[in-house]
Design a protein around this ligand. Structure first.
Ligand code: NAD
Length: 358
């Protein structure tokens, strides 16, 4: 019978690529104040709870993942608190505290689980050259997907794809132009064989109060966000219905929920994306294609870096969690909607806002 304590031997395995895995019982032993004794299994995989393992990268737990071989672990009841186990206590608690804000998303997403979530899927991400789109691409890649970045800025998209590696491609695409979106989808299918996920993320702002906003700036923002998302949704859906599966993720904004001063164009477009998402979800549900939307709040990116300090401070004061979001935190929701974790969800809107305007 294996003993528990410092993770080694029966408690620990090294995968071929050097990932260190520690079983949940060691963790429960080390941190009895938390109930790690019955971790949830990975949704979509039929794995008994006591076979779930925790992936460590350095000292940081990043993934709960199944151990499919080697079988049974010591029952929880057989644990004893030895001095050695108490020494582990401190180390393991430190391990958990090193997870950003004990963020369960970050704490439970890692390479091995990723391969289970989007393995062999192909995802197209518009506006993927930088910012939130880039973070989505990175997370999808980590979860085993192939990614195709469609962006107006071809050079930036190509440079990003080169950095991301051989499962990434870049295509110049203005989402306003249906022919270019069609070409983006055709390229993804030609390169990787399918289209499983389409993220309508490309976006711009042209902020001004109504008194000063030009008609051109109103039209441009509506075109890029609303027509762009309509193009992406309808053309991706047409392809996905043939294979009777697919997930479309539309990036709206909190601005579309509450309306923001200086953003009559952007708020209208982002609210419109919610309506579009729900209508498309109803049309596509029986074809096996899900359509969902995300409303990010204040997220650190090039789009928000341009904001005057006063405006930034005002927004910060509205956030119950008292911090801006990171692009990776939007990517987490985009991964959820792209994967089978959200298999019974369509036409929904997820707010990634730190509680702002809840
Ligand atoms: N950053 C935030 O706080 C925030 C909040 C809510 C919603 N959003 C939304 O998230 C999405 C991504 O925003 P971000 O902050 O990463 O912005 P960003 O400016 O960093 O990136 C936007 C990307 O879209 C591309 N793009 C612009 N117009 C395009 C077009 N017509 N066709 C194809 N690509 C185009 C740009 O080249 C760029 O690579 C946008 O839809 C934005 O409205 C952002």
């Amino acid at each position: 019978m294996p003993t528990h304590g410092e993770p080694h031997g029966d408690n620990q395995v090294h995968t071929a690529d050097g990932i260190r895995l520690v079983d949940w019982e060691s963790l429960a032993l080390a941190s009895p104040e938390r109930d790690y004794s019955r971790p949830s299994t990975v949704p979509g995989l039929d794995v008994p709870a006591d076979l779930a393992m925790l992936e460590l990268v350095g000292d940081r737990p990043v993934t709960e993942l199944p151990l499919t071989a080697s079988g049974a672990r010591t029952p929880t009841a057989a644990r004893s608190r030895t001095p050695h186990a108490r020494a582990v206590d401190h180390r393991t608690r430190r391990m958990f505290e090193s997870c950003p804000a004990h963020n369960p998303l970050i704490a439970t997403t890692g390479r091995s689980l990723m391969t289970a979530l989007l393995a062999d899927k192909t995802a197209v991400i518009t506006g993927g050259a930088q910012g939130i789109g880039l973070s989505i691409a990175e997370l999808y890649l980590e979860h085993g997907a192939n990614v195709v970045l469609g962006d107006l800025d071809e050079a930036a998209a190509q440079a990003t794809a080169n950095k991301l590696g051989d499962r990434a491609r870049a295509v110049r695409c203005d989402v306003v132009d249906a022919a270019q979106v069609r070409n983006l989808i055709d390229t993804a299918v030609a390169e990787f064989g399918s289209l499983d996920v389409f993220v309508n993320n490309a976006g711009i702002t042209r902020d001004a109060t109504m008194r000063t906003m030009t008609e051109d700036d109103f039209d441009l923002v509506i075109q890029v966000h609303l027509k762009g998302t309509w193009n992406g949704t309808r053309l991706a859906a047409a392809r996905m219905r043939e294979q009777k599966s697919g997930a479309i993720v539309n990036i709206s904004s909190l601005s579309g929920k509450v309306g923001m001063v200086g953003q009559t164009n952007y708020s209208a477009a982002k609210a419109g994306i919610v309506g579009l998402t729900k209508a498309a979800a109803k049309e596509m549900a029986h074809h096996g294609v899900r359509v969902n939307a995300i409303q990010p709040g204040l997220i650190r990116s090039a789009m928000t870096e341009a904001m005057p300090q006063k405006a930034w401070d005002q927004k910060m004061a509205e956030i119950p969690m008292q911090r801006p979001g990171e692009p990776q935190e939007v990517a987490g929701a985009a991964l959820f909607y792209a994967s089978s974790l959200s298999s019974y969800m369509t036409g929904t809107v997820a707010e990634v806002t730190g509680g702002r305007f809840m």
